[in-house]
Design a protein around this ligand. Structure first.
Ligand code: N01
Length: 537
């Protein structure tokens, strides 16, 4: 480590080179002419899509909506092959963007930020990396993703296990060969549900350890036709308009009908059509699915019935459909023949609700009832979401206060964009913004553009510090809470939206549930009224 190198002065340090970091670099460097630098701990660009290489990894957003829209050229030049893009294709896309926008020269790979300290006399950040470099930056912009801090549960005995184990979010680049192996997978969230059918097709035997049964919607993957590809390019402006003017950032609106007021036969027909259509459109079937328990139950019952219809062994079907929370109260996965996988002879299901995992042994996984011998354990156990990837960074703001300490009772931000006491720091898709409740790329673009406009206006006025106030952040947290309480989302007590999946984490509903379009309007108003709630000096 070279610690004697001179401190490099830059306008902005951006942490992370996924969708967010790359667009932020382009905006600051190429649109505003600033000296910006990205620090990336991976050996390549791509963020989430660099790390999540597990079998079956795909995006649950449709490909023509899972891309940048800020550049007409990028939209026209890139061509997706499938309805839902697989991880390698998304990683190729992000590499294409890095090359096309000539970003690589300002992205430092294989480098982790180890510290960022705010200097109150200069209003600048001193950023230190694990490669020994130091940067003196006016702005610190985190683009670390909401789901990038792997959560490996502390199950006793893991070090005794004689086989191999992997977390899906830290998957080996060379892949894992399951041929002839007995595999155990823990976790049936979006990741587990994507991985299970693919691992089952290769492994000798797959044992799925399910703690909470989950709803899942069929994806109905298919290659894109030439007609659709042409349509998506030709109508990109209209598609973008839909994505940015609705609640969820996808290219479809939520139906304005109420599930309760719709006659039962019409409702059933709607659900059947959406089920056949595949993907998140099912969630958009009626306007009240996420706000009214009775409405939600109609969708939940429909899916439970589908599960029981698909799974041939009634006992297994019962365990899979015995779901204890409202539909979409947790992020609903979409799948490729997930429930059908339980009809294979080489797949078995263990219900951890009736017999929890006691420990991991040298040979496998032991529940309170039985030991299951496996050669490989896959942890599809999720992430320390939204705050985990930020508090693990040693970020020290005013009065030497760390972000970890400031958020010890839960995150507090203004609009998910700034944290009081951390001037000149912006958090792209930070807690308190719609982020994970929406399709990510448009929410990222909106944040990057808001931040870039703010910096541009400061520069134009010769100002050098922007800082949100405690009062504005308190008020925003109240709005985040109000928006969540207006939905069924906080009713799910074991959800990662609340931080409940990580023992000891404060349980606070983290994303903004008021909808992307509404949130965007609020952000625009704040900016047009002279950045109310943000002091500039
Ligand atoms: O993680 P999760 P994920 N013992 O936290 C179980 C996004 N995503 O990686 O529900 C036993 O949802 C846990 O059980 P329970 C998407 O936003 C996007 O699957 O806590 N089980 C649960 O079943 C998603 O929501 C895409 O009882 C344990 C599972 O592990 C988010 O990432 C694809 C356990 C974790 O589910 C996270 O999804 C994939 C324990 N000790 C993911 N600890 C795309 O769109 C945890 N579990 C591409």
């Amino acid at each position: 480590m070279n610690t004697s190198a001179a401190i490099q002065k830059v306008d902005a340090i951006i942490i992370g080179s996924g969708f967010a970091g790359m667009y932020q670099l382009h905006s600051l460097r190429d649109k505003l002419g600033l000296n910006a630098k990205v620090i990336e701990r991976g050996a390549g660009v791509g963020g989430t899509w660099y790390w999540n290489r597990y079998p079956g990894a795909r995006c649950d957003s449709e490909s023509h909506t899972y891309m940048y829209y800020f550049s007409k050229e990028l939209v026209q030049e890139w061509e997706w092959s499938e309805r839902y893009p697989q991880q390698p294709e998304i990683l190729r896309y992000l590499n294409f963007v890095a090359d096309r926008l000539n970003l690589r020269s300002d992205i430092q790979l294989n480098t982790a930020m180890t510290q960022a300290h705010f200097n109150e006399s200069t209003n600048r950040w001193l950023v230190t990396t694990d490669t020994g470099e130091q940067y003196d930056a006016q702005f610190l912009i985190t683009a670390v993703g909401c789901l990038s801090n792997a959560n490996v549960p502390k199950i006793p005995g893991i070090s005794d296990f004689k086989g191999d184990w992997y977390h899906t979010g830290q998957w080996p680049h060379e892949g894992v060969d399951f041929t002839g192996k007995r595999v155990g997978i823990i976790g049936t969230g979006s990741t587990g549900i994507q991985a299970i059918p693919v691992i089952a097709a290769q492994a000798k035997h797959l044992t799925v350890f399910q703690r909470t049964a989950n709803y899942s919607l069929p994806a109905r993957h298919h290659p894109l036709s030439d007609e659709f590809k042409e349509y998506a390019k030709k109508h990109s402006a209209d598609i973008y308009k839909v994505m940015t003017s609705n609640t969820n950032g996808h290219a479809f609106y939520i139906d304005d009908r109420s599930a309760i007021e719709t006659p039962a036969d019409v409702r059933q027909k709607t659900y059947e059509e959406k089920w056949e259509m595949g993907g998140f459109q099912f969630r958009a079937s009626f306007r009240d699915l996420l706000t009214d328990e009775a409405a939600n139950k109609t969708a939940a019952d429909f899916i439970r019935q589908k599960i029981r219809g698909i799974v041939k062994d009634p006992k297994v079907g019962e365990i899979l459909s015995d779901i204890d929370h409202p539909f979409a109260g947790k992020r609903p996965p979409i799948d490729d023949h997930y429930f059908e996988t339980y009809n294979r002879d080489n797949v078995s299901l263990v219900d951890l609700r009736s017999a929890p995992i006691e420990k991991i042994t040298a040979k496998g996984i032991k529940t309170t009832e039985q030991e299951y011998e496996v050669d490989i354990i896959v942890f599809a156990t999720g992430f320390d979401a939204m705050t985990g990837s930020l508090v693990r960074l040693d970020i020290v703001g005013r009065n030497k206060r760390t972000l970890k300490d400031y958020w010890s009772a839960g995150p507090k931000t203004n609009l998910g964009l700034q944290v009081p006491g951390f001037p000149n720091m912006f958090t792209i898709t930070g807690p308190g913004s719609p982020s994970v409740l929406s399709n990510m790329p448009p929410t990222i673009e909106q944040h990057v553009e808001w931040i870039s406009d703010c910096i541009s206006k400061m520069k134009a006025k010769g100002l050098n510090c922007v800082e949100t106030s405690e009062a504005a952040s308190e008020a925003w947290q109240k709005e985040v809470d109000r928006a969540a309480q207006a939905t069924l989302l906080p009713k799910v007590k074991h959800s990662w939206y609340l931080g409940a999946n990580v023992p000891g984490k404060p349980q606070v509903f983290m994303p903004y549930a008021g909808g992307f379009a509404h949130y965007r309007t609020i952000c625009d108003k704040v900016a047009s009224e002279g950045y109310t709630g943000f002091q500039m000096s």
